[in-house]
Design a protein around this ligand. Structure first.
Ligand code: DAH
Length: 360
């Protein structure tokens, strides 16, 4: 062969160099660059192929056959190695991405909703379903909103230091709210009428910490102000809530009472859903839940005192309303048979899980 065109020995070297470079490639990327070097446009074999045209006519056939055979050998070596590398890569991936199902894992407990939080959600849902809104207010509250705006007289005993926790400095007249009722006034001062709100929240009183008292406890407040609302609307609303909380056959009763911010006022009782009144006057079958009284005290309620509405600048000839507030800790106790209020404050998840297992 003439100059510039490889002879047979050189072709053999070209082929074997390509083969060993291909076999040395262990990844698809390496193999690709080896292909460019040994089969690409400027590879020795490609140059040789292009050189054929320049040969004298009688030499072209032999040279063409030799170079073509060499090129076919290189192409075959590439294809064979490509198949091997692909399989090897897949196998390596299967090994490296394998999940060992038998390895021990660390279990992180996910925690539990506090039973009071869960009950707040449930109670608020009953009202949200009727189109009411949820409102909130601060726990550190102005004495004026907690008492004066709700028609408590300046000498009302609830204001005493023995009942109410005042914040320093005392002349600021700020307290830890003793009930959720101050949110009534906050709402009336900030929202458009009509108003239908429920207020879940924490309240504080200077109480002992024992099985039946906590210095911090929880209330659900309700307030509706609209045209023509009265006692019947209140009773219907509370009946609905009681049935949703304690079951469809639950009965309620209103007992006359006094609150400065409602007139008339009442306390609401629910018929004992444990003994259904059968323990009353029946010492043989005492009931712990209602203390054999047949009824359980649930909360306070009434028709909003027009003085409260007037203090918020509302025309009491046009608007009236009803309000209620009940102890949520008590509600959990009744519903779930919890007997010691301190369990609510200790933060032991086993308590939460046990109650939730019953309640939800
Ligand atoms: N705030 C009262 C309390 O803590 C409960 C209460 C009574 C709330 C009557 C009301 C109501 O909204 O109308 O004892």
């Amino acid at each position: 062969m003439s100059e510039g065109i490889p002879n047979l020995a050189e072709l053999e070297r070209i082929v074997s160099e390509a083969q060993s470079r291909f076999s040395a490639a262990s990844t698809i990327d390496e193999l690709r660059s080896a292909k460019t070097a040994h089969l690409g446009e400027s590879s020795e074999i490609a140059l040789a192929n292009r050189g054929i045209a320049a040969l004298p006519r009688e030499d072209r056939k032999d040279a063409g056959q030799a170079i073509g055979a060499a090129r076919a050998a290189i192409t075959a070596a590439f294809a064979a190695r490509e198949a091997q590398v692909e399989v090897a890569e897949i196998e390596a991936r299967l090994v490296s991405e394998a999940v060992d199902m038998t390895l021990p894992v660390t279990m992180h407990p996910v925690g539990a909703l506090h039973p009071l939080t869960a009950l707040f959600y449930d109670m608020c849902d009953v009202f949200i379903a009727m189109g009411w809104e949820v409102a909130e207010g601060p726990e550190a509250e102005a004495e004026w909103l907690n008492f004066d705006a709700l028609n408590f007289t300046p000498e009302h005993p609830a204001r005493f230091l023995s009942d109410t926790l005042f914040l320093d400095p005392i002349q600021d007249r700020r307290i830890l709210r003793t009930h959720t009722s101050p949110v009534q006034m906050r709402t009336l001062l900030t929202r458009e009428l009509p108003v239908y709100i429920v207020v879940p929240g924490k309240v504080y009183r200077a109480d002992e910490y024992d099985a039946t008292h906590l210095p911090v406890f929880h209330q659900l407040e309700g307030l509706a102000v609209d045209k023509g609302l009265g006692m019947a609307d209140l009773k219907g609303t509370l009946d609905h809530l009681a049935k949703a909380m304690f079951g469809a056959d639950t009965r309620t009763r209103l007992r006359p009472h006094y609150f400065p911010f409602t007139e008339p006022s009442a306390e609401i009782d629910i018929a004992c859903f444990v003994c259904h009144g059968e323990s009353v006057g029946n010492p043989a079958r005492p009931c712990r839940t209602c203390r054999s009284e047949g009824w359980i005290e649930w909360g306070g309620c009434g028709v909003v005192n027009p003085r409260v509405l007037a203090a918020a600048g509302i025309d009491t000839d046009v608007y009236s309303g009803f309000a209620f507030g009940m102890g949520v800790d008590r509600t959990v106790m009744f519903r779930n048979n919890a007997s010691d209020l301190r369990d609510f404050a200790e933060g032991d998840q086993r308590f939460a899980r046990q109650l939730m297992g019953v309640a939800r």
